[in-house]
Design a protein around this ligand. Structure first.
Ligand SMILES: [Zn+2]
Length: 330
């Protein structure tokens, strides 16, 4: 990579560490707003990697993961350049919501445009100032509001390189997930920057175990890219899921799952019940898939058709052992 690194009009030299704010459109009252970018440059050359979180403003596990990553002493041994962006959607984050004030989803408007909507302008700045200057990226997410995800990596196996990069993270589950139109991951892929997407836990919570998996995974990827020395070898082979599907509520009522994240379910197996609060009747819900519980609804109130359990299908599912601890908040 280039010896001289420039971001937001500032030059960061090898061995320097700076916090730069990428200027964004201001708030209604003209309060200035910017995306904070921590730039850490090793003295020795190496790849440039970005790690970003809260592109959906309420997905804050990644914000905590970025903070923890930035405090790691091992970064003193960094080769290359690390960009850490704990909060991409600064508007949504400050209101604790997923979206932007124009009701757009920032992760659906990439690569954006300088003359487009507020969301589109933000995406454009982020693409040009961050993504296009990097060789690789890691984008941290959680489940959407009222949903929780088993910690996993989403990646498209379109390029063989991605499979290796995904495995190097060390997550127990990898989902081969198609690139979504307008996502940061798709725009980055088209710009030649491979991006791993991490999904773990739920929105609006700091979950200790999820944060730990994310930080360890980022350090593992950095070791794989020779940006850091290897601390420990990445463990067992991950379960690689080729697809995932949602089981939906068959009626409205109160859903009580009998399965949790990381459980294995069989086709036809009972995964919970939906109760009718008015006449005290309960109806069993069966799985139409065979696989691993990758996502779950945390909200017991369901309407008919609501997505309640996301099941990932994989060949090597029998080798999967779950030792994950849930609801372990910081
Ligand atoms: Zn997200």
């Amino acid at each position: 990579m280039v010896h001289e690194f420039e971001l937001g009009g500032e030059v960061i030299l090898p061995g320097q560490r700076k916090l730069i704010r990428l200027s964004m459109p201001s708030l209604f009252d003209c309060t200035e707003l910017g995306i904070p970018v921590h730039v850490i440059r090793g003295k020795k050359t190496g790849p440039t990697l970005f790690v970003c979180a809260a592109i959906h403003g309420d997905e804050i596990n990644g914000v905590a993961a970025c903070r923890k990553l930035l405090r790691k002493k091992i970064l003193a041994k960094l080769k290359g350049t690390l960009l850490v962006i704990p909060i991409v959607n600064v508007f949504g984050f400050n209101s604790a919501v997923r979206y932007l004030p124009d009701r757009k989803d920032l992760n659906r408007v990439f690569p954006g445009s300088l003359k487009g909507s507020l969301a589109s302008r933000m995406a454009h700045i982020f693409m040009n100032e961050v993504v296009k200057k990097c060789d690789y990226g890691i984008d941290l997410h959680t489940g959407a509001i009222h949903r929780s995800n088993y910690p996993h990596i989403r990646v498209s196996f379109q390029r063989p390189l991605m499979k290796k990069l995904a495995a190097s993270f060390g997550a127990k589950v990898i989902l081969d997930s198609k690139l979504r139109d307008g996502s940061l991951r798709q725009a980055a892929y088209e710009a030649g920057t491979p991006v791993l997407l991490f999904e773990g836990g739920q929105a609006l919570r700091f979950e200790k175990k999820v944060i730990d998996v994310a930080v360890t995974g980022i350090l593992n990827v950095m070791s794989h890219l020779k940006m850091l020395p290897t601390v420990e070898k990445v463990g067992s082979t991950p379960v690689v899921a080729k697809s995932s599907g949602w089981i939906r509520a068959t009626r409205s009522g109160v859903f009580m799952p009998s399965k949790k994240l990381g459980d294995i379910v069989h086709k036809g197996e009972i995964i919970g019940k939906i109760s009718d609060l008015l006449n005290d009747k309960s109806y069993l819900v069966k799985s139409k898939y065979e696989g691993l519980v990758l996502g779950i609804s945390n909200l017991p109130l369901v309407n008919e058709g609501d997505a309640i359990l996301n099941i990932a299908s994989a060949k090597n599912i029998k080798e999967f052992a779950d030792d994950f601890v849930y609801n372990d908040y910081l």
